[in-house]
Ligand binder design. Structure first.
Ligand SMILES: C[S@@+](CC[C@H](N)C(=O)[O-])C[C@H]1O[C@@H](n2cnc3c(N)ncnc32)[C@H](O)[C@@H]1O
Length: 315
């Protein structure tokens, strides 16, 4: 817990504050030095990364309640916005292969550098497609079927913007992200951007991971004991978790004018870990009830169309 080992805390904080200066001053250099992909540090092959994107793609439609046979019809002609694609727009390519008209990827950090590995992942996805899906995917590249030539911007656009906001207005049918919202630096601004970008009947779907991302020590929740100001000084420029809990997501969603169609937990903390960490929690988390602290991840499906039936899940 923060404060119980002051010397270790001071060492860790000074190192993190120094590297945070680098991350804020030269984000491109920081991303290159850390070799960030958005998928962690595990060993990867083009096939394992392509498989990951295929899983992400099918998860979205399962959570949206669209059967595998109905996906192409559902996507036909739609404009999509993806927050935080990581270093390869693999899900975007699959969305285009299955009928989407255009995918706009927006990120706060420029991770997409078109390396040979990234090109191999796109090639692997392309090679795994058949028939009409393959033809559609192949036609998205500047040179037909050649991922090394880059995407046609009219089909897949990759934007890097301050705070990762799209700035779009009523242009998008579906907004999606995975493992991104817990990293955004201004959650309220991201939800407002999403609400503005969506068409009136558009839908948003996000998978959010509220775990520590390796930044805890003795207890999976002890990263919530660092004071908020110190956390910002240590990590603000690095895109590590913003630490917001489910209550803050509900607030940002409501403030944006959107409503939840479902919220489904993906991981829960143990009660004994909550009890052990509670006396040490930093101010923003001290008043939260056990149920809120328990939620370590969730799927959110939301819309601007407030006439749609609201079926908020069990969290
Ligand atoms: C953990 S990675 C997930 C990447 C990808 N979605 C995946 O599942 O592999 C987080 C992504 O969110 C991006 N990100 C961080 N802050 C952001 C922001 N404010 N707006 C949009 N994207 C952001 C990161 O640059 C990175 O691409």
């Amino acid at each position: 817990m923060y404060g119980r080992r002051p010397v270790a805390d001071a060492k860790r904080a000074s190192r993190a504050i120094l590297s945070n200066f680098l991350a804020k001053g030269a984000p491109g250099l920081y991303v290159r030095l850390t070799g960030e992909t958005g998928r962690g540090k595990k060993a990867e092959t083009p096939q394992s990364v392509a498989d990951y994107f295929r899983t992400c793609f099918s998860d979205y439609f399962e959570k949206l309640g669209v059967g595998a046979d109905a996906v192409d019809e559902w996507l036909e002609g739609k404009v999509l916005l993806e927050y935080g694609p990581g270093d390869v727009p693999g899900v975007g390519l699959l969305m285009l292969a299955h009928g989407a008209e255009k995918v706009i990827c927006v990120d706060r950090f420029s991770l997409n550098q078109r390396t040979s590995f990234q090109v191999s992942v796109l090639q692997e996805i392309l090679d795994g497609l058949e028939g009409e899906s393959r033809r559609r995917a192949a036609s998205c590249f500047v040179q037909e079927g050649d991922p090394a030539s880059g995407f046609k911007p009219a089909r897949l656009e990759y934007r890097v913007t301050r705070s990762g906001l799209s700035g779009l207005s009523e242009e998008v049918d579906l907004v999606y992200s995975r493992a991104v919202l817990e990293h955004v630096n201004d959650l309220g601004a991201t939800f407002d951007d999403m609400a503005r970008a969506l068409k009136p009947d558009g839908v948003a779907i996000h998978q959010v991971d509220l775990k520590s991302h390796g930044l805890h020590r003795e207890n999976p929740l002890d990263f919530l004991t660092w004071p908020a100001l110190l956390w910002r000084l240590m990590y603000e420029g690095k895109g590590v978790p913003n630490r917001w809990r489910l209550n803050r997501y509900r607030q940002a969603l409501g403030d944006s004018g959107m409503v939840a169609l479902s919220i489904e937990p993906t991981a829960l903390a143990e009660q004994e870990d909550i009890n052990a960490v509670r006396p040490f929690l930093a101010t923003p988390f001290r008043e939260l009830d056990d149920e809120t602290l328990q939620c370590l991840g969730f799927w959110l499906v939301a819309t601007k169309d407030t006439d749609k039936e609201v079926e908020v899940g069990s969290v």
